[in-house]
Design a protein around this ligand. Sequence first.
Ligand code: IPD
Length: 269
Amino acid sequence: MTPTDELLSLAHDIAREAGELARRRRAEGVHIAATKSALADIVTAADREVEALIRERLARARPDDGFFGEESGAEQGTSGITWVVDPIDGTVNYAYGIPAYAVSVAAVEGMPEPTRWRALAGVVFAPMLGELFHATAGGGAWLTLDDHPQRLTVPAHAPAAGALLATGFGYDPATHDGDLARVGRVMPLARDLRRIGSASLDLCYVAAGRLDGYFERGLNPWDHAAGALIVEEAGGRVGGLPGGRPGKDLTIAAASELFAALEAAIDEH
Ligand code: IPD
């Protein structure tokens, strides 16, 4: 097994265990433990417990690696590898019993900062759907369902009859007017628009050809670390502001032809 495959295998096992814990806790009943930056930005006790489990498993298996998680913060390592983790991506869905939520785990090398890291391995596991999306740098993107891995490929050409797009609305209410104006500019390209509520799944759905494109402002590193690698390994393009990497200001994912059209529509003033 290559070192990258070892990272993937660990991410895979931990994401499955964490996803099962999240699913179990949801079945037992969920309550919102706190509201963070905005009304929509919530954390449940399960988010914290699931992240603690992931952090403990990673520390046990790879004590020299760094950690960067949504709920429990960052810790620098000495190995050059950092784990970027969202224990439950789609917490609002989780709280309301909508099955579109996922555990997202990525191993990155370099500075633990999205414009400077290189993602090596990423896993997004949706426990209610039993779907595990995964990728390694140079090893392709895959969806494993019922133990059957299937390779993912983003269609090369933009759909002739309008694209199925997804977006999201970052938690900062001050950005919502601008987000809605963007939606208006992008709609002429769209067959229809989805707001799934889990950025990691939005990205994986682009990789799987279930969505033609996705864009959102306000994402945090743990929302896109694994999903962006999965899109790129499926042959899609992921970026941010023109020429930049995905990040808080903007994340766009699509096949390259559509990417350019989306970028232009989003940018228009
Ligand atoms: C959120 C989801 C949502 C997106 C937000 C994210 P969380 O992640 O991915 O779809 O619109 O920007 O923060 O808070 O549920 O982990």
